[in-house]
Design a protein around this ligand. Structure first.
Ligand code: GLC
Length: 435
C-alpha cells in the first residue's frame, strides 16, 4: 500500500524549492553533437573510445557551476552520473569505463556533490537505465541501441545475459547510494517498450535505494519516459512509481492530477537550447525572460522546472547558458517569494499573466501591460489585507474609482501613470488575504 503520508513528507522540500538545474555532461561533449550521438550516427563502442582516451576537462570547477546555479535562484541540481553511453562520471568499482580512468582522473560526481552541498543546494544524480557500453545490454533489435540494426551484431544477442547487466546496474546504484553521502534526488532515465518496471527489477531496486537513502525522491522513469505518467496517477502507485512525474520539453497544459483529481508532484525538464548534452552548433537559446515566464507557468500549474545546462568538453557551462542563468537570477532576487513555497492558486488564470499562491499570499504575475487598472480577478476588495509590489515592497492601494465601479466583486490596483510595466518581463503583485 502506498504510504501517502511518507510521500508528502519526502516531497515537501521538492515542491517548496520548485527550481533546479539539470546538468548533462560526459564524453559526448567532445564530439559536441548532443548526448544521443552514438544512436544518431550509429557509432560503435570502438569508434567512441577516442573520446574516452581524450576526455580531460581542464576547466572543470564545480564550485563555479554551483555558484551559477545558486545565483540563478535554483535550489537543487541533478548531474548525469551515467548517461546512455555508459560512461561513468564516478569511481565505480564495477567498471573501467569511468572518469577516474581517463586523463582527468577525477571522481566528477564526488566533486559536484561536495561543491553544490557547500552552496546549500540539494543534490541529485541522473542515472541512465539504458547502457550502450555494457556487453550484456541488448544491442541488435533494441529500440535505441546504436547497433540496433547492425547485422554484424545479430548473432551476438544470444550470448548476452541481461541479468548480468541488472546486477551491474543495481550495483552501481548501490555505489551511488552508499559512497557519496546523502542524496536528495535520483533521476532514472528511461523506460520504453518492454523495458519497464520489473524488467529492471525495479521493486528490488527501489527497496535497496530506500534502505540507504530513505528520504531520497525518485522520478517516474522506472516505469515510463517523458511519454506516459506511470502508476503515480493510478490512485494506487506501484512500489517503483517514483515520487514525481517528469514531463520533458513540455509544460503540462493543465498541470497533472491523478485519477481522483488530486494534484500530482511533477517537474518539467527543459533545455535552454534544443540539446541536453553540449552541442556547439545549437545556438537556439531561449531568453532569460522566456524562462522566467516558464518557471512561473510551472509553479502556477503546481509543478517544478528543471532547467538544463550542457557543459562543454573543457568543463565550462556555455556563456549563453550563464547569461540566461544570470538574467533569471536578477528577477529571482526580487521576486523569488512568488516561486518558493508557491503552487496552484485555485483562482481563474488572468488574461494578463498568471497567479501563484502560498496560503493567504496570492501573487499576480503581470506579463502584459494593461489599459488602466489591474483586475485582481478572483479576489474581492473586502478579502484583502494589503497589496504590495513584490520587487520593492511598495504599497499598492486598492482602487476606488468610477472606472471600476461596474465590477464591485473584483479588486483593482494600479501601477501608476506609466503604461509600461515596472518589470517588462513579469511584474509581481503580492496580495495578502485576510484571515
Ligand atoms: C531523454 C533523452 C536523454 C535525456 C533525457 C532528459 O530521455 O533520452 O538524453 O537525458 O531526455 O530528460
Amino acid at each position: 500500500m502506498f504510504d501517502w503520508d511518507a510521500y508528502a513528507k519526502r516531497t515537501e522540500w521538492f515542491t517548496h524549492d520548485r527550481f533546479g538545474m539539470f546538468i548533462h555532461w560526459g564524453l559526448y561533449a567532445i564530439p559536441a553533437r548532443g548526448e544521443w550521438i552514438r544512436n544518431y550516427e550509429r557509432i560503435t563502442v570502438e569508434d567512441y573510445q577516442q573520446y574516452f582516451d581524450e576526455f580531460d576537462p581542464v576547466d572543470f570547477d564545480p564550485k563555479k557551476w554551483a555558484r551559477a546555479c545558486k545565483n540563478a535562484g535554483m535550489k537543487y541540481a541533478v548531474l548525469t552520473a551515467k548517461h546512455h553511453d555508459g560512461f561513468c562520471l564516478f569511481d565505480s568499482k564495477l567498471t573501467d569505463y569511468k572518469s577516474t580512468n581517463t586523463r582527468c582522473g577525477r571522481d566528477l560526481v564526488r566533486e559536484y556533490l561536495e561543491a553544490f552541498r557547500a552552496e546549500g543546494l540539494k543534490v541529485g544524480l541522473y542515472y541512465s537505465l539504458l547502457d550502450w557500453h555494457h556487453p550484456d545490454y541488448p544491442h541488435y533489435g533494441d529500440m535505441h541501441h546504436p547497433m540496433r540494426d547492425n547485422e554484424a551484431y545479430k548473432d551476438l544477442e544470444a550470448g548476452r545475459n541481461f541479468d548480468n547487466y541488472l546486477t551491474y546496474m543495481h550495483g552501481q546504484v548501490k555505489e551511488l547510494c552508499t559512497n557519496y553521502g546523502q542524496l536528495d534526488l535520483l533521476w532514472f532515465d528511461f523506460s520504453y517498450g518492454e523495458m519497464t518496471g520489473e524488467k529492471w527489477r525495479a521493486t528490488e531496486l527501489v527497496k535497496m535505494i530506500r534502505t540507504y537513502q530513505p528520504n531520497v525522491i525518485i522520478d517516474n522513469r522506472l516505469e515510463v519516459s517523458g511519454s506516459g505518467f506511470g502508476s503515480l496517477l493510478s490512485g494506487d502507485p506501484k512500489p517503483y512509481s517514483g515520487d514525481f512525474v517528469s514531463p520533458e520539453q513540455i509544460i503540462p497544459p493543465e498541470g497533472i492530477r491523478d485519477v481522483n483529481g488530486k494534484p500530482v508532484v511533477w517537474e518539467a525538464c527543459i533545455t535552454m537550447n534544443n540539446n541536453w548534452g553540449y552541442c556547439s552548433t545549437d545556438k537556439n537559446f531561449k531568453s532569460a525572460g522566456m524562462m522566467i515566464k516558464k518557471l512561473v507557468e510551472c509553479v502556477g500549474k503546481g509543478g517544478n522546472l528543471l532547467l538544463n545546462v550542457g557543459p562543454d568538453a573543457k568543463g565550462n557551462i556555455p556563456d549563453e547558458s550563464l547569461a540566461i542563468l544570470d538574467g533569471i537570477g536578477k528577477w529571482m532576487k526580487r521576486n523569488s517569494k512568488s516561486i518558493y513555497g508557491c503552487g496552484l492558486a485555485g483562482l481563474p488564470k488572468p488574461d494578463f499573466g498568471r497567479i501563484t499562491r502560498n496560503g493567504n499570499l496570492v501573487y499576480y504575475h503581470v506579463t502584459e501591460p494593461l489599459i488602466g487598472f489591474v483586475p485582481l480577478t478572483g479576489i474581492r476588495p473586502d478579502q484583502i489585507k494589503k497589496v504590495r509590489l513584490l520587487q520593492d515592497g511598495s504599497e499598492m492601494l486598492v482602487a476606488d474609482s468610477w472606472i471600476t465601479d461596474n465590477y464591485p466583486d473584483i479588486a483593482f490596483v494600479s501601477f501608476g501613470a506609466s503604461p509600461e510595466l515596472p518589470d517588462p518581463i513579469d511584474t509581481v503583485i503580492e496580495v495578502e488575504l485576510k484571515g
